[in-house]
Design a protein around this ligand. Sequence first.
Ligand code: CND
Ligand code: ZN
Ligand code: ZN
Length: 375
Amino acid sequence: MSTAGKVIKCKAAVLWEVKKPFSIEEVEVAPPKAHEVRIKMVASGVCRTDDHVATGSFVTPLPVIVGHEAAGIVESIGEGVTAVKPGDKVIPLVNPQCGKCSVCKHPEGNLCSKNDLSMPRGTMQDGTTRFTCKGKAINHFISTSTFTQYTVVDEISVAKIDPASPLEKVCLIGCAFSTGYGSAVQVAKVTPGSTCVVFGLGGVGLAVVMGCKAAGAARIIGVDTNKDKYAKAKQVGATECINPKDFKKPIHEVLIEMSHGGVDFSFEVVGRLDTMEAALACVQEAYGISVVVGVPPDSQNVSVNPMLLLTGRTWKGAILGGFKCKDTFPRLVSDFMAKKFSLDPLISHVLPFEKINEAFDLLRSGKSIRTVLRF
Ligand code: CND
Ligand code: ZN
Ligand code: ZN
């Protein structure tokens, strides 16, 4: 029997309060309104950004269904939807692409003005939510909300992908792979023969390493306080890995010495202020480029001597690797299908969706790269 047009009762992981476990609840998912799409979830990765919400470090309205790195199948569509139809395989988009705003029209930017990330409202574009639990409205998360058997997204926040693609792998194109890879090739524009440094060798950091390698970097130095991350990093292209705890000197000084004057490109993929400062300081003073990828703790500022920039360094950052997601994700999925890159090194664990709290324990204890939750 078709579920189109009806409320669907299903399971979702609700975060009622920060610093509490996710609670698997029965939720009601309303049918999609005009220009909205309801998706049956198939697989969702667990990203540190979801954990930042759970710890209170990334602030978005609660209670909420988080999760943003996923793939699923369209269950039904609202009036006027033309981009997808029921049965299509799709990836929800953290960065919508309305195609009309100044950002969508600009050749470089990707944070569409319809985003729910820079000042999260926790709703659909019309300002309301499609989730209800125990009579309470449950908020959406950065246009996606994927820790649920069904979600609803705006048509501008979904990309149709190859019907043959394995969703339990290409879900990582929804965040980790695109964010990391794009930060190297699209944001930093890493050049052949260059020296790169990647702070943080989690799921996103490893994808940065993959991007640096694909761009032809000669030297890729991984920096992580957890030595267990080095083997994987080397497998995907890091030429050496170092632990800041092994040195008496500040890590940026160590890196300047190792590179004889400063590296060409650096990436902060941890989400800490001290590593953001170190990543900026370790690039070559006249032409080095440093990219902020990690999500910083809410309402905190770095203190930086402007001399670091006056001499010629460039400091930038981007969400989702600077990619215009609706245009780029289908192409990245095609590249994956053509075996231009592998997602296997990023997937350390696969668990049933109900074991979501176990997946977060694995992330917090540094034991996982990406856990993919299957629905
Ligand atoms: P994950 O936690 O898997 O990786 C972080 C890594 O940093 C771990 O391997 C840690 O051991 C390491 N680390 C911790 N402290 C230090 C330190 N002081 N020095 C060096 N290494 C350290 O996280 P992830 O890969 O899922 O995400 C990384 C960051 O990227 C995180 O802040 C997340 O919120 C952010 C992010 C950004 C975007 C974007 O669009 N820009 C998208 N998704 C995630
Ligand atoms: Zn993410
Ligand atoms: Zn737009």
